[in-house]
Design a protein around this ligand. Structure first.
Ligand code: NAD
Length: 275
């Protein structure tokens, strides 16, 4: 089994399959991140707003896996946007995580109505210069705002982390990301464990491969070049989701799953209007 990585525009390589911890309490996060690292995951996606940076940091500190083998991502929350505030908030994140630097720091949402995303992006550029955030990127940024921060600073985000699953495959924004040299990360890659896991197209493909629906969807993301970090707090699912790395879908199967996308497939907030 190979563990694929994706080359970012700053030259660094991010492990393509990670582990997400949204809606996981601190003590549970400590436990499940430990399990994920034991299973072989080398990429953890957290955020200040998840309230579990301490738990994630404790699991990393306690793990037999070296810190420099683990890709750690966190995010600047909307309330912390602005140049000084973002720097201060990120230093607090580092303290909670108990690390000297993170591998990737993202602006969590564009939150355009605040008018602070450009200043916040400048803060991330400074934090990268200081070596505290080795790579920097954004999350929930529409095309217009991507172009604006790139034009204003000359620095292109390494990634744009967006809602992406078979019912909302974001073909257009992915194309924009590609054109700009930004890698796409998928949030809620399993559609938050909802009906997509029971879709007949998915379950049929799963049956053909003696795989789970979750493995099929994760394998689809990987085949499309997307960076993906499914979440689970169930030991068996954490392990089986990682084994999606062993599953290779045929071009026909990938096309069938590409065809499941829906106009109204979005589960979360629309970044164009979200807070
Ligand atoms: P997800 O799509 O990863 O789904 C997780 C849910 O799917 C689980 O709670 C469980 O109910 C189910 N599940 C997981 N494995 C399964 C399996 N093998 N079989 C059956 N059901 C299974 O949802 P998510 O947590 O929203 O997204 C993943 C990560 O993306 C988050 O943890 C977080 O790190 C990130 N995220 C980022 C943003 C953002 O705004 N940037 C928003 C949401 C999530």
């Amino acid at each position: 089994m190979t563990y694929p990585s994706v080359k970012l525009n700053d030259g660094r390589a991010i492990p393509q399959l990670g582990f997400g911890v949204w809606q996981v309490e601190n003590d549970i996060a400590e436990k499940v991140v430990g399990i994920a690292l034991d299973d072989g995951y080398r990429h953890i996606d957290t955020a200040k707003i998840y309230g579990n940076e301490e738990g994630v940091g404790k699991a990393i500190a306690a793990s037999s896996v070296d810190r420099d083998e683990i890709w750690l991502t966190t995010k600047v929350w909307n309330d912390d946007q602005g140049y000084d505030r973002a720097i201060e908030a990120f230093n607090e994140s580092l303290a909670r995580l108990g690390v000297e630097s993170v591998d990737l720091l993202l602006i969590h949402w564009v939150s355009a109505h605040r008018g602070l995303y450009l200043e916040t992006w400048k803060a991330l550029i400074e934090l990268q210069k200081q070596g505290k955030a080795k790579s920097i990127g954004v999350s929930n940024f529409p095309e217009e705002h991507l172009r604006e921060i790139i034009d204003a600073t000359g620095v292109t985000p390494a990634v744009n982390q967006i809602e992406l699953h078979p019912y909302f495959n974001q073909a257009e924004l992915r194309k924009v990301n590609d054109e700009l040299g930004i890698k796409t990360e998928a949030w809620s890659p399993l559609g938050q464990g909802g009906e997509v896991l029971k879709d007949p197209v998915i379950t049929e493909i799963a049956e053909t491969h003696s795989a789970t629906s979750a493995q099929v969807i994760i394998a689809w993301h990987l085949a499309n070049g997307i960076i993906v970090f499914p979440k689970s707090v169930t030991e068996e699912r954490i392990a089986s989701n990682f084994k999606a790395l062993e599953l290779k879908l045929s071009p026909e199967e990938i096309e069938k799953i590409n065809g499941l996308t829906r106009e109204d497939g979005r589960i979360g907030a629309d970044p164009a209007t979200a807070d």
